[in-house]
Design a protein around this ligand. Structure first.
Ligand SMILES: Cc1ncc(COP(=O)(O)O)c(C=O)c1O
Length: 452
């Protein structure tokens, strides 16, 4: 049988014949055609059969020998020494988390990528590609990127931050994971908005940190209900996720006073703070109290979740701890995304893009809000960001609405998905940045029907 081993050779292919022979034998071993201890033809016999020189087969055998696939050589013959475990069967379509196709997706999370100017985007990637490959990674982020972020924060978030206090991150959730690993110990507790952003919960939990739910009201996190003994507090003051309220000044002051008195740090997740369509944003928590606030920003809401780029601004002992963690674990944000963002910002494309978002998104938001309000539905959330919430009376109404919308081909997110503890706020979140206006025009009336 081994004399008939399938070894197809393509003499016009760029790969040398010896590589093709080795590939075919490796494939025979991984595919189970060859088994451990099977003897291979001698190099002379195989060369003859394939019509190639003996050197071609010897080179292939030498390679497989060096890789540990075959053993035994001249004289005693060559046999297969290793066969890998069979690959697990592929998951059958329909099983597991197969993406749902053909449905109109109104779940919040994805940004308005159709507002990204393709020419500007291409320019940024080209310019980033023109930069020489860096020999080492700067674990704090590229100096150019840190200056870009400091400028962005000043212009768009009113925060005066020295580039030295800015670290590049791989996004908010990655930054939360780093803060948990660098500053907290397994078993430590953090206070977390409930409902809130479950990926950040997951990031804490992965580090062994216990996440304690703190209810939110119309002013955001209930500072008076933070349990004793926590080491940190996580919140989204510019636009509470998912309910959409902005934390007013008095609550901010209360939170900062609490943090100073208790000696804890506050993580300010400013995930979509650039997207405010009515009034100017309030000062960031980080601007009010850089001594206790770790500010996190991301490109996930303003550009694309796929760039994997964000930033962290904090006092020196915190940035040092994150850097030490990165050095210990050999981790750190990728350079390419930082370079793309720096280049996108360099000639004003980022600022133009943000202006464009503030022009393009409000009509989509209005389309959604108008359709919901016309059905008499209670819509929550400031004129900001990329989603709204329709409040429902109870868990059963929420489940029914989500299932009915799904049945009719529209995906919405139930607030149950955003709770840490027993759900106490009911409703669905509807995103309006990722779908086109035409998709919204089709999907929103269906969602409104199911909610009404
Ligand atoms: C509350 C909140 N924070 C942060 C993010 C973005 O996280 P990342 O930068 O990890 O993509 C999102 C995205 O949906 C979010 O909803």
């Amino acid at each position: 049988m081994l004399d008939e081993l399938p070894i197809p050779l393509d003499r016009s292919a760029p790969e040398p014949l010896s590589v093709q022979v080795a590939d075919a034998l490796r494939a025979a071993a991984t595919g189970g055609v060859l088994r451990v201890s099977d003897r291979l033809p001698s190099s002379r016999a195989l060369a003859q059969r394939l019509g190639v020189s003996r050197a071609v087969v010897s080179t292939a055998y030498d390679q497989l020998h060096a890789e540990g696939w075959i053993a035994g050589r001249r004289g005693s013959g060559t046999y297969l020494r290793t066969a890998p475990a069979a690959a697990p069967p592929r998951t059958a379509p329909g099983a597991g988390a197969v993406p749902e196709t053909g449905l109109l997706d109104l779940r919040p999370g994805a940004p308005c990528t159709d507002a990204v100017d393709p020419a500007a985007w291409r320019r940024a990637w080209r310019a980033a590609g023109d930069l020489p490959a860096a020999a080492r990674k700067d674990r704090a982020g590229e100096p150019e990127f840190r200056v870009t972020v400091a400028e962005h924060l000043l212009r768009h978030r009113g925060l005066v931050a020295e580039p030295a206090s800015v670290l590049a991150t791989a996004g908010t959730s990655a930054a939360v994971a780093e803060l948990a690993a660098a500053l907290l110990r397994p078993g430590d507790t953090v206070a977390f908005e409930d409902p809130g952003y479950q990926r950040a919960v997951g990031a804490f939990r992965a580090a062994g940190v216990r996440v304690l739910p703190v209810p939110v009201d119309d002013d955001g996190l209930r500072v008076d209900l933070i349990p004793p003994g926590v080491r940190a507090v996580y919140c989204t003051p510019a636009h509470q996720f998912p309910l959409g309220a902005r934390m007013p000044a008095a609550r901010r002051v209360a939170l900062i006073e609490y943090a100073r008195a208790a000696g804890v740090f506050v993580i300010e997740d400013d995930y979509d703070g650039e997207l405010r369509y009515d009034t100017a944003p309030l000062p960031l928590l980080a601007a009010m109290a850089p001594d206790v606030v770790v500010h996190l920003g991301t490109t996930s809401k303003i550009l694309t979740t796929t760039l994997g780029v964000g930033w962290l601004v904090a006092r020196p002992d915190i940035t040092d701890a994150v850097l030490a963690h990165r050095a210990d674990t050999g981790t750190g944000p990728s350079l390419s995304g930082q370079r793309v963002l720096s280049e996108f910002a360099r000639h004003g494309d980022l600022a133009r893009h943000l202006r464009r978002l503030r022009r393009v998104v409000p009509p989509r938001r209005a389309l959604v809000v108008d359709a919901l309000v016309a059905r008499g539905l209670p819509v929550l959330g400031d004129d900001a960001g990329s989603h709204v919430v329709v409040q429902l009376p109870d868990a059963a109404a929420e489940r029914t609405a989500v299932a009915a919308a799904h049945e009719r081909g529209v995906l919405v997110n139930g607030l149950a998905d955003n709770h840490l503890g027993e759900p106490h706020r009911f409703g669905v979140a509807i995103g309006y940045t990722a779908p086109s206006t035409a998709e919204l025009a089709t999907a929103v009336p269906i969602a409104a029907d199911c909610l009404a």
